[in-house]
Every structure is written in structure tokens, then in C-alpha cells.
Design a protein around this ligand. Structure first.
Ligand code: DAH
Length: 343
């Protein structure tokens, strides 16, 4: 072996390496030059017979060649696999699969479905109404007088901003509107549950939003008593919150029901002993309810002497927050996956 032979081999190997295209060709190259019987490896053998004064420098050069070829080969191999040299790719059926990302139901929708589900099993059917309403459906038909503060432009969104009270339309501030829409179209007996969005121009904070959800209930028949209202709501709340749930009716006033009540449950967080969530009272206010006011029946053309009914309304966000220990209503609207993934 002499220096020239070594140089020729180096040149030949370099140019061949450059022209290779596939991983298989690279492997062939590796065997031909660097394998156990490869050309470079054989030169190491030949080194033994070289004149002893040249052996040292030749050995060094040979080592350099071997290292540089190995390095370039590696470079070409990783270059090929990155640029899509797919020859060596194969399917390994024993690898665990990639779980497809699945969506989930928003916690408010879950709460609405749970609540409407309970009422559906009691024979109530789901009804819906428009979010853009008129004063008639949102107020007048519900026996809410013209001077009632809830009709104020500070309490309801009107579509005509410059002269709100002449506005033909508004964003409904309660789902009680659906009572009127259903009764106008249908005759008793009726059992409906109406979930939906409502809007109020409230300053946004941890417990207020400009849009939230309510669920309205209405039952009308020839005879529908206040004790049936109590029975239905007690059954509902026990199914929603647990069999030990106690309820309390407090006298209240709503224009569209008479008599009216606010309905409380014993605080399920402190079990009635009093905590920060129930404000030390041991009770949580959850619903408004009452017997349908005869004035409302007259508005929809029902004869108040021949029909009786009860109605109730609840806030979905409030119930979802209490049930899940959520302290800020804004969480529902922020689309933060860290929050949403918990439900
Ligand atoms: N609409 C009422 C509100 O937004 C809730 C309500 C109270 C609905 C009593 C009713 C009812 O049907 O009987 O505050």
C-alpha cells in the first residue's frame, strides 16, 4: 500500500457516496467500504506490510479516511430519512395507537340536559322560543306593568339604542316568554320545560354576566294545584341534588304568578350548618315559582275560571356553579380548555 492508493480510494469513495439515493444504496456502500471485508478495512490489513517508516503516517491517514466516511455516511442517512426516504419505513402493529382527541359537552349544556332530562321523565316536553323578543312577550303578557324597573333600558337590552322604549325588539331578559308563546299556540293540558339564553345589561363580575341561561317550567291543566308544584319541584331537586335534599318555600312576589315563592334547598356544601357559599344561612335560593296569575291566562285567551297552572324559573349558571364548586361565572365563556376538560 502506498499514499497514492490511499488517495485514490478516498476520492472514489467520496464521489460514490455523493451519488447514492436510497437508504439501501447507503447500506450497500457501508458494507463495500467500511464492512468487515470492505475496501477501507482491507487497507488496514495491508498496512501491516507497508514499510515501517511509512506505516505511522499511512495509518493516521487511513484512520482519518475511515472516520470521515463514517461521518458523511451518517449525514447522508439522516438526510435521506428526513427528506422522505421511505424505504425502511414499516408498520409496527404492536405500537400503541394514537388516541383521537375527543370533544366534550360544555358544563352548561350538561347541566341543562340533566335538568331537562329529569322533567322529561315527569312528562314535560322541551319548548324553545326566540332570543330576540318584543315587549309584549317579555313583559306585557307576563303581567309586568309599564313602570316596572325591569323594563328600564338599564335592565333590558333594546335593539333601538337612541330611543329604547320605542324599540320594536329587545333581547329577552327571561325565558318566561316561552310560556306565552306556547300557550298562544296550544290548548291545555300543557307540561313544558324551556331552556335558553337570556340577556341583561349587568356589569360583568364573578357572579354576573350580560348573557346567561335560564330554564322555565310551565304546567297547565283543569286543576293544577300549588301542592303539585311543591311535589314536582321536590322530586326534581331530590333527583338533581340527592335523595336527602330538603326544600323550603319563601313567600315572594312575581307579576306572573300568584301566589309566588322563592324556593330554597338546604345548603349541600355545609349540610345546612352555614358556610360562606350560603352566607351562613344554611339554605340556597335556587328557583322562583308560583301559580300562574289569572291575568296571564287572559292575555293568551285561556279562561282563568277553567284552567289552573304553575310555573317556575331557574338560573342554569348558578346551579352549575353550586354543583361543581365554580366560583366565577366568567369561566363558562372563556373557552379555557384547562377549565372545560374537567367536566
Ligand atoms: N322569570 C323570573 C326571573 O327571571 C324567574 C321566574 C320566577 C320564573 C317565578 C317563573 C316564576 O316562572 O314562576 O327572575
Amino acid at each position: 500500500m502506498n499514499p497514492e492508493e490511499l488517495q485514490n480510494l478516498a476520492r472514489e469513495a467520496q464521489s460514490r457516496l455523493e451519488s447514492l439515493q436510497t437508504p439501501a444504496q447507503l447500506e450497500e456502500f457501508r458494507i463495500a467500504y467500511l464492512g468487515r471485508k470492505g475496501k477501507v478495512t482491507c487497507l488496514f490489513e495491508a498496512l501491516k506490510t507497508a514499510p515501517s517508516e511509512e506505516r505511522r503516517t499511512l495509518g493516521q491517514k487511513l484512520n482519518e479516511l475511515k472516520n470521515s466516511l463514517e461521518e458523511k455516511l451518517k449525514g447522508r442517512q439522516s438526510g435521506l430519512s428526513a427528506s422522505g426516504g421511505r424505504e425502511k419505513e414499516f408498520l409496527d402493529p404492536t405500537l400503541p395507537g394514537i388516541r383521537p382527541a375527543s370533544g366534550r359537552i360544555h358544563p352548561l349544556t350538561q347541566t341543562i340536559r340533566r335538568i331537562t332530562g329529569i322533567f322529561e321523565r315527569l312528562g314535560f316536553e322541551v319548548a324553545e322560543g326566540p332570543e330576540i323578543e318584543t315587549e309584549f312577550y317579555n313583559f306585557t303578557a307576563l303581567n309586568i306593568p309599564l313602570d316596572h324597573p325591569s323594563r328600564d333600558a338599564f335592565a333590558t337590552f333594546y335593539t333601538q339604542v337612541d330611543s329604547p322604549r320605542e324599540s320594536p325588539f329587545l333581547l329577552r331578559s327571561q325565558t318566561s316568554t316561552v310560556q306565552i308563546r306556547v300557550m298562544q299556540k296550544r290548548k291545555p293540558p300543557l307540561r313544558i320545560i324551556a331552556p335558553g339564553r337570556v340577556y341583561r345589561p349587568d356589569r360583568v363580575d364573578a357572579s354576573h354576566a350580560f348573557m346567561f341561561h335560564q330554564i322555565e317550567g310551565l304546567m297547565v291543566d283543569e286543576r293544577t294545584t300549588f301542592s303539585e308544584l311543591k311535589g314536582v319541584l321536590h322530586l326534581f331537586l331530590r333527583q338533581l341534588l340527592g335523595p336527602e335534599t330538603k326544600i323550603r318555600f319563601r313567600p315572594h312576589f312575581f307579576p306572573f304568578t300568584e301566589p309566588s315563592a322563592e324556593v330554597d334547598v338546604n345548603c349541600f356544601l355545609c349540610d345546612g350548618r352555614g358556610c360562606s357559599v350560603c352566607g351562613g344561612k344554611g339554605w340556597l335560593e335556587l328557583l322562583g315559582a308560583g301559580s300562574v296569575d289569572p291575568a296571564v291566562f287572559e292575555q293568551v285567551g285561556y279562561d282563568p275560571k277553567r284552567v289552573q297552572g304553575f310555573a317556575f324559573g331557574l338560573g342554569v349558571e348558578r346551579i352549575a356553579m353550586l354543583m361543581h364548586g365554580i366560583s366565577d361565572i366568567r369561566m363558562f365563556l372563556e373557552n379555557d380548555l384547562r377549565f372545560l376538560r374537567q367536566f
